[in-house]
Write a protein that binds this ligand. Structure first.
Ligand SMILES: Nc1ncnc2c1ncn2[C@@H]1O[C@H](COP(=O)(O)O)[C@@H](OP(=O)(O)O)[C@H]1O
Ligand SMILES: [Mg+2]
Length: 275
């Protein structure tokens, strides 16, 4: 039996603060996007730019300032990647720039991602897409997900946001898939549902499109890291969707090396086990 640790409740002003932090990180990313930048290749062969690091710096500083009692795991802080099995309580899980390949190729669908993980599940998620100026917030316990186009939340409350719900499954389902990392296995899985409409898009925005009822399925049969999925998982789950493992149970977090297995994100659709 696993012991459930005490959970953290974030109130409206906490969520707006986290939203503003993601927007501020996005502004740093845009400063780099609009100029010239070099691309480095990290040890895991993934690309890195000064935008990833600038976004990380803004978020890390803001989280320490306002939520200093909660530890932070960020893709761009290798020291924070140790011993996830020790992280059974609450921690922030951050991808400062998801969709780095989109960013490098000057395609607009990159995002800033902040999630709170508790007892191995994401309970709150924030995603900001700086080019679109689209901010998404998900509160899983409240079952509430929101979206707004904004660059400054100072005069706003969550009542100003648009509430998000997954759509009722239409007769012909639509899927979102990765622009940079699609696979034949993904296509075979979508065939199980007879999916005809596919939208290829980079980054965690795929979860947001399902959460806001523009698509029904986002199966990911290739590898991802937990920071790629945590905020999107919270937003989609809060909007009434699910992010499932192959056995049909919710995807869990704080796994060894923060490495995700394949997962199946879906709106109002019955889960089908892959072949
Ligand atoms: N071989 C691999 N192992 C682990 N994660 C991978 C991977 N190939 C791609 N990814 C993850 O997929 C993310 C991009 O997903 P998408 O194709 O949906 O935009 C990347 O996020 P970053 O861009 O933050 O590095 C990266 O973490
Ligand atoms: Mg990522």
């Amino acid at each position: 039996m696993t012991t459930e640790l005490a959970t953290t409740t974030l109130n409206e002003s906490d969520l707006l603060r986290l939203g503003q932090l993601a927007i501020d990180a996005g502004a740093e990313i845009m400063r780099v996007y609009e100029g010239e930048f070099d691309v480095q290749i990290k040890g895991d062969q993934s690309p890195l730019t000064k935008a990833d690091l600038a976004s990380h710096a803004v978020i890390a500083e803001g989280l320490v300032q306002d939520f200093g009692h909660i530890s932070v795991v960020s893709e761009e802080d290798a020291d924070s990647h140790d011993a996830p099995e020790g992280k059974r309580g609450s921690f922030f899980l951050v991808d400062p720039l998801d969709g780095t390949k989109e960013f490098i190729n000057r395609r607009p669908d990159f995002t800033v991602n902040i999630a709170l993980i508790e007892n191995q599940r994401p309970t709150y998620g924030i995603i900001y897409a700086p080019v679109r100026k689209a901010l998404y917030i998900g509160d899983v316990a409240a079952g509430l997900a929101y979206r707004i186009e904004a660059e400054n939340l100072a005069r706003l409350t969550l009542a100003d946001f648009t509430p998000l719900k997954v759509r009722s499954a239409p007769p012909s389902l639509a899927a979102v898939c990765s622009l940079s990392h699609n696979s034949p296995e993904t296509e075979a899985y979508l065939d199980l549902y007879g999916v005809t409409e596919r939208v290829a898009i980079g980054s965690s925005l795929k979860f947001c499109l399902v959460a806001e009822g523009q698509a029904d399925l986002y199966p990911r049969l290739g590898p991802t890291m937990e920071w790629d999925t945590a905020a999107g998982d919270a937003i989609l789950t809060a909007a009434g969707g699910k992010v499932l493992s192959r056995d049909g149970t919710p995807l869990i977090y704080a796994k060894p090396r923060f490495f995700n297995p394949e997962f199946f994100a879906q709106g109002d659709v019955a889960f089908k086990v892959p072949n």
